[in-house]
Design a protein around this ligand. Structure first.
Ligand SMILES: Nc1nc2c(ncn2[C@@H]2O[C@H](COP(=O)(O)OP(=O)(O)OP(=O)(O)O)[C@@H](O)[C@H]2O)c(=O)[nH]1
Length: 268
């Protein structure tokens, strides 16, 4: 074979390998169903064409079997048509999923906004979602509520048990908050030992109910530091407020923080 032929072989082998990789990632990433079947079928036919094309480089067919070289390219166009139909169905499927996400106002998911200590979304993400919620309710005459909660005496806990145990406690509390909110609510870590929960389309009464659930759950958390069975029962201060669409998210967050601070002062 000449150099040109080897370049040809390398190109065809690369395409054959790539189609196999696409098949792998399609099957590994997608749930089973008709969209996956179409994508898999289309990619498989394309792969077969590429493979036949590659094998063809190493075989010499007798003149009577020359037709074999012409059929090798037939599966690819069929595969591409099937794949295109699969992609169109995928587009339809994604459209439905997007509609569902939009309904709950958690439309854009962004993993770079995750706080890695608590596993919740960060304050930055909450600000974006608050702005999104404000835009939504302004157009729809709606309302929403927010909860803000703060762990009591967290600096003492850190001092006594160390920052690693402090991180564990933050994570456990974050999990309890998440367990006690609804699908469509959003819990974020706001700052150090402070968390915030967005409750879309929720009146104050409903927000207070959820705040009670969270407070009760955290009051029953028997946090263990290390090997000992001795438990620490953390307590939190929590405040719930309802908002309309006439404020900026900065004003809302400042107002909520102030309310929580006043509530803590009154309780002291
Ligand atoms: N372990 C750990 N500690 C943190 C983290 N972020 C902030 N902190 C600590 O959290 C503590 C927060 O202290 P404060 O704001 O005084 O809160 P507090 O001690 O709970 O005081 P009160 O709310 O008034 O009861 C500080 O000691 C911070 O160093 C973190 O990611 N991990």
């Amino acid at each position: 074979m000449s150099y040109a032929d080897w370049y040809d072989v390398a190109g065809e082998a690369g395409i054959t390998l790539m189609t196999l990789i696409w098949i792998f990632f399609t099957l590994a990433s997608r749930p089973s169903g008709k969209v996956t079947n179409m994508l898999f079928g289309g990619l498989l036919l394309t792969h077969v064409s590429m493979l036949l094309d590659l094998i063809d480089e190493f075989l010499t067919y007798p003149a009577s079997s020359a037709w074999l070289t012409t059929i090798e390219s037939i599966p690819a166009p069929f595969g591409m048509v099937i794949m295109s139909v699969g992609l169109y169905w995928w587009h339809q499927e994604q459209h439905v999923i997007n509609q569902q996400l939009r309904k709950t106002e958690r439309y854009y998911r962004e993993h770079s906004y995750v706080d890695f200590v608590s596993g919740l979304y960060s304050a930055e993400y909450m600000k974006m979602q608050l702005q999104h919620e404000l835009n939504y309710i302004t157009g729809n005459q709606g309302t929403f509520s927010l909860l803000m909660l703060d762990i009591c005496q967290f600096s003492k806990f850190n001092h006594r048990f160390g920052a690693v145990q402090g991180d564990n406690l933050l994570r456990e509390i974050a999990q309890l908050v998440q367990m006690n909110i609804r699908n469509g609510d959003l819990a974020c870590r706001f700052a150090s030992d402070r968390f915030i929960v967005l409750l879309p389309q929720t009146q104050l009464q409903g927000a207070n109910t959820i705040a009670n659930h969270i407070q009760t759950a955290i009051a029953h958390l028997a946090h263990k530091s290390g090997e000992t069975t001795k438990a620490i029962y953390p307590s939190i201060a929590i405040c719930a407020k309802q908002y309309g669409g006439l404020h900026s998210y900065q004003d809302i967050l400042a107002d909520l923080s102030l309310s929580l601070t006043q509530q803590k002062r009154n309780a002291a």
